[in-house]
Ligand binder design. Structure first.
Ligand SMILES: [Zn+2]
Length: 97
């Protein structure tokens, strides 16, 4: 995704110190979104690959306990199966399965 100006949506931006950008078209300067780290994939490894904490820990060079804590932290925002059912049962019949 290419950065564009917030005010005129042209891509004529130059660096303006730190994270700031300056648009040479409309002479505005503005902050851009902070680029963070990519989310950890421990959750996918645990839920989709059915890996054990110990196996993930060996792969990522963390202890099994650390991986367990990380996975728990990652799956907290996910819906529980009951919440998921409640959400899907409100859909029209054509879309429920
Ligand atoms: Zn602009």
């Amino acid at each position: 995704m290419k950065l564009v100006c917030r005010f005129c949506s042209k891509d004529s931006l130059i660096n303006w110190g730190g994270r700031r950008k300056f648009c040479t078209n409309c002479k505005h300067s503005f902050r851009t979104k902070v680029k963070g780290r990519k989310p950890a994939r421990n959750r996918e490894m645990y839920l989709l690959d059915r890996s054990t904490y110990r196996r993930i820990g060996k792969k990522k060079k963390y202890s099994a306990v650390t991986i367990m804590e990380k996975v728990h932290k990652e799956i907290t925002p996910l819906l529980t199966p009951l919440d998921y059912l409640k959400k899907t049962s409100n859909l029209p019949p054509a879309f429920s399965f």
